[in-house]
Design a binder for this molecule. Structure first.
Ligand SMILES: [Cu+2]
Length: 650
């Protein structure tokens, strides 16, 4: 296989105008163009499972082939295996060799495109190495406890954010797919599924952090081709695509990953330099294999590793000023907060030299990224279109979050994209500001007022609509950039909640640190995950209020299947609503992942529509989840009196 010098794939993959950069001559760093993930290509003719070519009813093959040709069915093959390559390390100026678990032949996982109304089959092929007896603790000869991470090559597939069935062959994270086993998932994407930015990753309890940390994560985009009508809301894509400079679904994806690879000495210890930063001497190959060392809460900050955009450390992006761009930001990292910021570079000459310490990296950012902020106009949170565009200069991203942003570069020049940790990191004293990448804008256009520019572009998109809905959408955009006709779900009102007379569901995170005599405990409502217990039983067709809190550190709450609407975020002490910082602009939005800080109580509302069955909620710091910060949830039918119908098992 041909690899580029970064080992992240072959030819330039960008099909958009945000293209391969002629890197600024001021930088001493080698060129590293931004890539777009490849779109996963469907199997052309039949939903054949390569492992079981004769396993289908031959009489129905003609109908299936026809459905595939008509686009109603699509079949993808998604192999998982180890891939060799390199990751650029700005601290040493070298390419570190790595060997990591990956989807397909490249580290950068392909983007999966789905359409509402489509049946999507994904054959997941687990080609990782077998791990005999991985469920046994060698020191005792007994099975590992459920919440002790183990069996790191067992896997499954989660479609994060999709509103599909959580059971059977669908988004079922309770499955276990061992090395050598293939399984064909079948996702029936409903006709009324929102279009948007979602993602996929493994979700086998015990190996989730290890595998996502190894790079196993990809974008999953639901295409939006339904314009709004007077009667129904539409897909934001139909408003945006005609006015975007990067209008294709693949080219907008910005997959953010943090891979804590390390090289190990003969005793199995991580090789570090004098500054305790992780290094890979010649001949050593970086791996992700030691859960305790590589997923310790201090590990990322100490490692000196770098955040990647679309599989590349410090990509160089080319753009034109005066163009509207969309980024589908996906935080596919495991545990760190990222405060994404785009700013014009003040002092270009200072950016390039080698960096010896975390402190120097911070100083580099402070020296270089001093120009005006580029405003990020957020249009969707976790793939779900916002009630109105929200302008921000710092975009707080937590593991699992998606943020769809529009932006325009106001003039020619070099811009830095960086993580402005700014003391907001969860671990005090580990401030760790780092440049993530550069944008070089070449052209003569100047945009003095970017908000007016974005508004004009949206109005240009609205002008393409026909009928009375055009006036509605135009009036909305003129009224504070409202997107009312593109919001996918109706607001859950007080009356709707009152109608069902259900108690609130309380979720309280609690992390008890380790002591000399006991390991750390990762608890929800005082208990760690028990696969035999269903913690929440919810009634199909109802709506309910949920209240989130955390006793110590912050945890990103995530629940599968049904998204929630944010009602309020209240300071525990002052009892006042928190509407700034990491919660700015969130009230009223729909999400599936939300950071639960220690100083607040969060009220959410959600509906249990269409799907029954068992699934999970958990902390999206994935090493917390693997160690027990998870609950089983089930949605059941009501009985004739509206009470939950008893289930046949458990
Ligand atoms: Cu957590």
């Amino acid at each position: 296989m041909v690899r580029n010098r970064n080992g992240w794939g072959g030819a330039a993959l960008l099909g958009t105008s945000l293209m391969l950069a002629a890197c600024g001559s001021v930088s001493a760093e080698p060129p590293r163009p931004l890539q777009a993930p490849a779109l996963l290509q469907p199997e052309a003719q039949s939903p054949r499972d390569p492992a079981k070519p004769k396993g289908y009813n031959l009489l129905s093959m003609g109908a299936l082939t026809q459905a595939i040709q008509q686009g109603r069915e699509i079949h993808y093959i998604l192999p998982i295996h180890y891939t060799d390559g390199t990751i650029y390390n700005p601290a040493t100026g070298t390419d570190d060799k790595v060997r990591l678990r990956s989807y397909g032949d490249k580290f950068l996982a392909p983007t999966i495109l789905m359409q509402p109304g489509q049946t999507v089959r994904i054959s997941l092929l687990n080609q990782l190495d077998p791990e005999p007896n991985c469920n046994i603790d060698p020191s005792t000869g007994k099975p590992w406890p459920t919440n002790h991470p183990h069996c790191f090559n067992n896997t499954n597939l989660h479609s994060h954010g999709l509103w599909v069935s959580p059971t059977g062959n669908s988004d079922n994270v309770l499955l276990n797919i061992e090395p050598g086993v293939n399984f064909q998932y079948e996702y029936n994407v409903p006709e009324d599924h929102p279009a948007g930015t979602f993602w996929y990753h493994p979700h086998k309890h015990g190996s989730t952090a290890m595998q996502v940390g190894s790079g196993m994560a990809g974008a999953l985009v639901i295409k939006g081709e339904r314009p709004p009508t007077e009667q129904s809301n539409g897909d934001l894509d139909t408003l945006l695509q005609p006015v975007l400079a990067n209008a294709d679904y693949g080219g907008q994806v910005m997959l953010i990953q943090q891979i804590p690879y390390a090289c190990f000495d003969d005793k199995g210890q991580i090789i570090k330099d004098k500054a305790k930063r992780w290094v890979c001497p010649d001949g050593k190959i970086g791996q992700v294999k030691d859960f305790d060392a590589q997923f310790d809460f201090r590990a990322w900050g100490e490692s000196g590793r770098y955040t990647m955009f679309n599989g590349t450390v410090r990509p160089q992006m080319a753009a034109k000023p005066g163009q509207l761009y969309r980024w589908r930001l996906i935080h596919a990292g495991v545990e760190e907060t990222i405060n994404l910021r785009i700013r014009k570079i003040g002092n270009v000459a200072r950016v390039a030299s080698l960096l010896k310490s975390v402190k120097e990296q911070e100083q580099e950012v402070l020296r270089a990224c001093t120009g005006a902020d580029v405003t990020q106009y957020e249009v969707a949170t976790d793939g779900l279109t916002r009630p109105s565009v929200y302008a921000k200069s710092v975009n707080n991203l937590q593991p699992g979050y998606r943020s769809d942003i529009l932006f325009v570069l106001p003039e020619a020049g070099r811009y830095c994209v960086y993580d402005d940790s700014d003391g907001k990191d969860q671990v005090a004293g580990e401030d760790n500001a780092k440049i993530i990448g550069f944008i070089d804008a070449v052209g003569t256009d100047k945009v003095p007022d970017t908000t007016k520019f974005v508004q004009d572009k949206l109005l240009e998109g609205a002008a393409r609509l026909t009928g009375p809905v055009r006036d509605t959408v135009t009036a909305d955009i003129n009224d504070g950039l409202k997107l009312t006709k593109y919001v996918p779900h109706a607001t859950i009102t007080d009356a709707e909640i009152a109608k069902w007379k259900q108690p609130d569901v309380n979720i309280q995170f609690n992390l008890i640190g380790s002591t000399a005599t006991s390991p750390a405990q990762f608890l929800i409502n005082g208990k760690e995950y028990d696969p035999e217990v269903v913690n929440q039983t919810l009634i199909l067709g109802t709506a309910q209020q949920w209240v989130l809190s955390s006793l110590n550190v912050s945890h990103p709450f995530h629940i599968h299947v049904n998204p929630f609407q944010i009602v309020s975020i209240v300071d525990k002490v002052t009892k006042k609503e928190v509407t700034d910082g990491i919660y700015a602009g969130m009230k009223g939005t729909w999400k599936d992942t939300l950071i639960t800080a220690t100083n607040v109580e969060i009220t959410l509302r959600t509906r249990y529509n269409r799907y029954i069955g068992e699934y999970v909620l958990h902390c999206h710091i994935l090493d917390h989840e693997d160690q027990g910060m998870m609950q089983n949830v089930q949605i059941v039918l009501p009985d004739g009196e509206g009470k939950p119908m008893p289930q046949g098992h458990h």
